[in-house]
Design a protein around this ligand. Structure first.
Ligand code: MSP
Length: 512
C-alpha cells in the first residue's frame, strides 16, 4: 500500500461569509489529515474556494463589485476561517487561478476526444442557489403555488445551447462500481440514496452555459462557460498538478477521501466518478457525507439571523473547544443541533472536569511529591495498573478504526472511556493517601497515570492540536515522539516535567 493519503474538503462558494456548517466539514477533514500524519502517512490535505457560477456572479453584482474583486475578498475570509480553526491544509485552491483553468480545459478536451461531450440545447429548470438542474418530476409546489426545487430553492426555466455529457451511458458502470466498492460512499444511508437515484435512471447532463460569463471558457467555443460543478469538482485534480503526470503531487491521485455535506453527495458520488471514468482516470476511494447543523433547533439562515460565525465562537471559547464540541456533539452523518448550552456543558464536563482535572491532579502531585520528576513504572504491575494501561494502549487501534469510517464522535467516546477509567483509578488508588503510607506506590500510581494521559493526549492531537500539544509539553514528550508509533515506548523515567498549568478552564456564563 502506498503511504500517500489525499483528503479534501468541499471548496466553498464565495457568495457569503463562512459559518459553522463550513467550519465543520473543514474540521472533520482536518482531523483525518492530522490523524493520518500521526500514523506516519504522507498526507496531502486540500481545501479552497469555488468562485465561478451564476450564484457568485449575482452575489458580486449585489455587492456592487466586479466578480474577481468580490471573490478575492470572500476567499480571504475562508482562508482566515481555516487559520482561525487551525486547519492544517497543504494547499488552498481557488477556481479562478490559472492552474485550475488549465486543468478544466485539459479534462474537457479529454472528454471531447473520448466522445463523451456533444453539443445540443438545454431546456429545463435550473436553481441558481443549488447551481443544479432539476427534472420537472423532482419539483414541488410551495404554499404560494410556485414550483420550487426539492431543496426549497427557487427555480427558473432555462433555454439555451449547451454541451452535454453522456451521463446516461454511465449508469450501469456506476452501479457496478458501488456494488464492487462497498466503502465508496459513506455513511450507509447516503450510499442507498445514491444507488436508488442512479437506478432510477440518468439523463445526459448539461455541462455548459451561454447566458452568463463568469466561468471557465469552453475550449474552441468561448460563447460557452463550463457548468460550475464540472469546473468545481475538477479542483481535486488541479491540486495534484493535472494534467502534468510528472507534477510533484501527481502521485496523490486518486484521492483517498472527499469529505462533503449531504446536500452535495450526488455531485460527488454520481457526476464526479462518471466524469473521471469517462476521461479514463481513476476515481476517488471514498466519499463521505456529513449531516447539517441547525442552530437552537432552527435552520441556520441569514434571514432568520441565527448564523453562527466560527470566528465569534473561537474568540469566546477557544479553537480547540469549538473543534471538540462540533465533532463530539454530532454523530457524523446525522444532523446536529448547535446550542450554546450544550457547548458550555461539554466544555465544563468533558474538557474541564474529565480531562483537564485528570491531568491537573496527576501532574500537580508529581510536581509536589516527586520533585517534578517522572517516577518509575511499577514492577510488577497490579491488576488495576495493567487493566488501565491496556485500555490506553488500545486507543490508537480503536480511534483508527473509527476515523477510517469518519465516526469522529465514536473516536472521542473511546478516548473518554479511558479518561473516565483513569479518573476512577485515581479515586480508587488515592495517591494522596499513599503519600503518607507508601510513597513508592504513590509514585507508581502517578506514573501509570502519566502514561495514560500521554496516550490520551497523543491520540487527541488531531482533534485539539493546541491543548494536546501543551499537555504533551507538560509530560516533557519531545516534539519528534508525538506520533502513534512513539506510544510503543514508555516515557523516560526521571525526566523533569515543567510546572503543570491548567489546560481547560471552566467556562462561567456571565449573568447580566
Ligand atoms: N461549492 C460547493 C461545493 C463544491 S465541491 C467541489 C458548495 N459550497 S457551499 O459553500 O455551499 O457548501 C460547502 C459545504 O458546507 C458543503 O459540504 C455543505 O454541506 C456544507 N454546509 C453548508 N451549510 C451547512 C450546515 N448548516 N451544516 C453542515 N454543513 C453545511 O456546496
Amino acid at each position: 500500500m502506498t503511504d500517500k493519503y489525499y483528503v479534501t474538503t468541499p471548496i466553498y462558494y464565495v457568495n457569503g461569509a463562512p459559518h459553522i456548517g463550513h467550519a465543520y466539514t473543514s474540521i472533520a477533514a482536518d482531523v483525518v489529515a492530522r490523524w493520518k500524519r500521526l500514523e506516519g502517512r504522507d498526507v496531502f490535505f486540500l481545501t479552497g474556494t469555488d468562485e465561478h457560477g451564476q450564484k457568485v456572479e449575482k452575489a458580486a453584482q449585489d455587492a456592487g463589485l466586479d466578480p474577481q474583486s468580490f471573490t478575492d475578498g470572500v476567499a480571504g475570509q475562508f482562508r482566515a476561517m481555516g487559520e482561525a480553526l487551525g486547519i492544517s491544509n497543504d494547499d488552498f485552491i481557488r477556481t479562478t487561478e490559472p492552474r485550475h483553468k488549465a486543468a478544466c480545459t485539459a479534462l474537457w478536451t479529454r472528454l471531447v476526444e473520448a466522445g463523451e461531450i456533444y453539443l445540443g440545447a438545454y431546456e429545463g429548470w435550473y436553481a441558481i442557489r443549488d447551481e443544479a438542474f432539476y427534472g420537472e418530476d423532482e419539483l414541488i409546489t410551495n404554499a404560494h403555488g410556485v414550483l420550487i426545487a426539492p431543496t426549497g430553492a427557487p427555480v427558473e426555466w432555462v433555454r439555451e445551447p449547451s454541451y452535454f455529457f453522456r451521463l446516461s451511458a454511465w449508469q450501469d458502470r456506476l452501479l457496478a462500481h458501488y456494488e464492487a466498492n462497498a466503502d465508496f460512499i459513506g455513511p450507509g444511508a447516503r450510499r442507498n440514496e445514491v444507488i436508488s437515484f442512479v437506478r432510477g435512471g440518468l439523463t445526459d447532463l448539461s455541462v455548459s452555459r451561454t447566458s452568463f460569463r463568469w466561468g471557465v471558457e469552453v475550449p474552441n467555443d468561448p460563447e460557452h462557460v463550463m457548468y460550475v460543478w464540472l469546473d468545481a469538482l475538477t479542483n481535486y485534480l488541479t491540486a495534484t498538478g493535472y494534467p502534468d503526470a510528472d507534477a510533484p503531487r501527481a502521485g496523490f491521485w486518486p484521492a483517498n477521501l472527499h469529505m462533503v455535506g449531504k446536500d452535495i453527495i450526488r455531485f460527488h458520488a454520481v457526476y464526479w466518478p462518471a466524469f473521471l471514468m469517462a476521461a479514463g482516470l481513476p476515481v476517488p476511494r471514498r466519499i463521505c457525507a456529513n449531516g447539517w447543523w441547525t442552530v437552537e433547533g432552527e435552520k441556520m439562515s441569514k434571514s432568520v439571523g441565527n448564523v453562527i460565525e466560527p470566528s465569534a465562537l473561537i474568540e469566546e471559547f477557544g479553537r480547540d473547544a469549538v473543534r471538540f464540541f462540533l465533532l463530539r456533539e454530532m454523530p457524523f452523518g446525522n444532523d446536529g443541533d448547535y446550542s450554546r448550552r450544550a457547548l458550555i456543558s461539554r466544555l465544563n464536563v468533558e474538557l474541564a472536569n474529565d480531562l483537564g482535572n485528570l491531568a491537573q491532579r496527576s501532574l500537580s502531585m508529581i510536581a509536589r511529591n516527586c520533585e517534578g520528576r517522572l517516577p518509575p513504572l511499577p514492577s510488577p504491575l497490579t491488576d488495576a495498573d495493567a487493566a488501565l494501561l491496556a485500555q490506553a494502549a488500545a486507543l490508537p487501534r480503536l480511534l483508527a478504526a473509527a476515523i477510517d469510517i469518519q465516526a469522529f464522535h465514536t473516536a472521542l467516546e473511546e478516548a473518554w472511556r479511558v479518561i473516565r477509567a483513569a479518573n476512577g483509578y485515581i479515586d480508587h488508588q488515592a495517591p494522596w493517601a499513599l503519600k503518607k503510607t507508601d510513597a513508592v506506590r504513590m509514585g507508581s500510581v502517578l506514573r501509570v497515570l502519566a502514561e495514560v494521559i500521554r496516550a490520551v493526549a497523543t491520540v487527541l492531537q488531531p482533534f485539539m492540536p493546541d491543548s494536546m500539544a501543551r499537555m504533551l509539553d507538560q509530560l516533557a514528550v519531545p516534539a519528534d515522539a508525538r506520533g502513534l508509533a512513539a506510544l510503543d515506548h514508555p516515557l523516560v523515567e526521571g525526566s523533569v516535567l515543567p510546572a503543570p498549568q491548567g489546560i481547560f478552564p471552566r467556562f462561567v456564563e456571565e449573568v447580566a
